[in-house]
Design a protein around this ligand. Structure first.
Ligand SMILES: Cc1cc2nc3c(=O)[nH]c(=O)nc-3n(C[C@H](O)[C@H](O)[C@H](O)COP(=O)(O)OP(=O)(O)OC[C@H]3O[C@@H](n4cnc5c(N)ncnc54)[C@H](O)[C@@H]3O)c2cc1C
Length: 375
């Protein structure tokens, strides 16, 4: 269906897909350059509410447990209660941000495909119609693409299998035997919570986990981003920034290691109807397998543009797709963190400014013409 008239596509300069940290940063910087939402650019998001992926994160992930959440550009997140769920705190903050800067996010609007159009424009097919745009900021994150590894016997498991993307908090696992799979921060957070109420917990990872003692300083951050950047430049699928920074040794993690909650087993070889098994003969009975195995970039809608390299990733220089200068991927690979997403939004808009005007327009040049819609 097309809401803009039969066969018509609505022309805009820029479409932003996704209103998480990355998309909102992009939209903010577009406004700063003097572009008007709904006239010059649109922001489309298929989630029901403001908050990006944060709105779906489990209630026990309180704001106090989120480490290093960076505020969106131009508005601090001040005075938040550490005990409240981050989904609420960040959802409200994003809602206020959208209002303050008049970003007019269209939701829920699903983007199903982006194709080549006429006159050098891209056609963005969405549930509210087709947009013909001169440039695209893709900020669709990873939350919609949970990664489930496959193991022999998986279909025959009689217990419950779920992914971090559907983790409901620990209460449902009271008295149960739970196997948590995965070597990242989500896995350790799940384990520490579930161990409080479960009968037994087991932690299974492919590689021995690496714990990081000491602060996550700028140098470490830069090194981690550089590693992910290098993969993306070679056209490989990005690994998450967190996956290369190691697991922070917080006080809670230290305690969990002392009490054995974070004693790790190597990856099992198969799944049995009643649990998991290793080739050496070891078995563990389980009621639940929780896959904390991460996410992949949610970019299937870009498939018609054939941007992927043989290695499976999209090569980007900065945020620009190497195969198509009209397309910027923000929150992708090296910019998949709240601070990275902020910077990527700004960098993408700077380049899009040049593309649209054919001039050396930089985000920030138009500071003086920019004013929040509501203060
Ligand atoms: C459990 C967890 C904890 C984290 N903790 C931290 C932390 O402490 N500090 C930190 O810096 N980073 C953290 N991160 C990473 C951080 O959340 C993200 O990198 C950052 O928020 C960037 O978000 P984004 O805008 O790229 O994606 P998202 O927030 O996922 O936003 C993407 C948006 O795109 C929309 N969308 C997707 N596909 C479509 C489509 N086809 N059509 C329309 N809309 C679409 C979605 O609805 C969503 O709103 C964490 C990540 C996870 C999973």
């Amino acid at each position: 269906m097309n809401n803009f008239g039969v066969g018509a596509a609505r022309e805009v300069d820029v479409v932003v897909i996704g209103a998480g940290q990355a998309g909102l940063s992009g939209a903010y910087h577009l406004r700063r350059t003097g572009l008007e939402p709904d006239r010059d650019f649109v922001v489309l998001d298929h989630a029901p509410r403001p908050g990006g992926a944060w709105q779906f994160r489990w209630p026990s992930l309180t704001y106090g447990k989120v480490h290093g959440m960076h505020a969106l550009p131009g508005m601090e997140l001040a005075g938040a209660d550490d005990a409240r769920p981050s989904s609420e705190v960040i959802g409200e903050y994003f809602a206020e941000y959208e209002r303050t800067f008049g970003l007019r996010v269209h939701r829920p609007v699903e983007v199903s495909a982006v194709r080549e159009g006429d006159g050098g424009r891209l056609l963005v097919e969405s549930s509210e119609g087709t947009y013909a745009t001169r440039a695209l900021i893709n900020a669709t994150g990873t939350w919609d693409r949970p990664f489930w590894p496959r193991y022999p016997g998986q279909e025959g498991f009689r217990g419950r299998q779920l992914h971090t993307a559907n983790y409901p908090g620990p209460a449902e696992f009271a008295g149960q035997r739970v196997v948590v799979v995965g070597g990242g921060a989500s896995a350790t957070q799940h384990l520490m919570e579930i161990a409080e109420v479960a009968a037994e917990t087991y932690w299974v990872t492919r590689r021995p986990p690496v714990f990081r003692d000491g602060p996550f300083d700028e140098e470490l951050g830069r090194a981690a981003v550089a590693m992910v950047e290098e993969r993306v430049r070679r056209g490989l699928p990005p690994r998450s920034v967190v996956s290369v920074t190691g697991l922070p040794l917080t006080d809670a993690v230290r305690r969990a290691r002392e009490t054995g909650v974070l004693d790790r087993l190597p990856m099992f070889d198969r799944i049995t109807p009643n649990g998991v098994a290793w080739d050496g003969g070891r078995t563990v009975e389980a009621d639940v397998i929780l896959w904390a195995t991460g996410f992949r970039a949610a970019i299937d809608h870009l498939a018609p543009l054939k941007l992927r390299e043989p290695g499976g990733g999209i090569r980007v220089e900065g945020t620009r797709a190497v195969r198509d200068a009209r397309i910027h991927l923000v929150g992708y690979g090296p910019s998949a963190s709240t601070i990275g997403a902020n910077r990527a939004g700004r960098a993408a808009v700077r380049e899009i400014g040049r593309l649209l005007k054919g001039a050396d327009t930089a985000a920030g040049d138009a500071d003086e013409v920019f004013a929040p819609a509501v203060v």
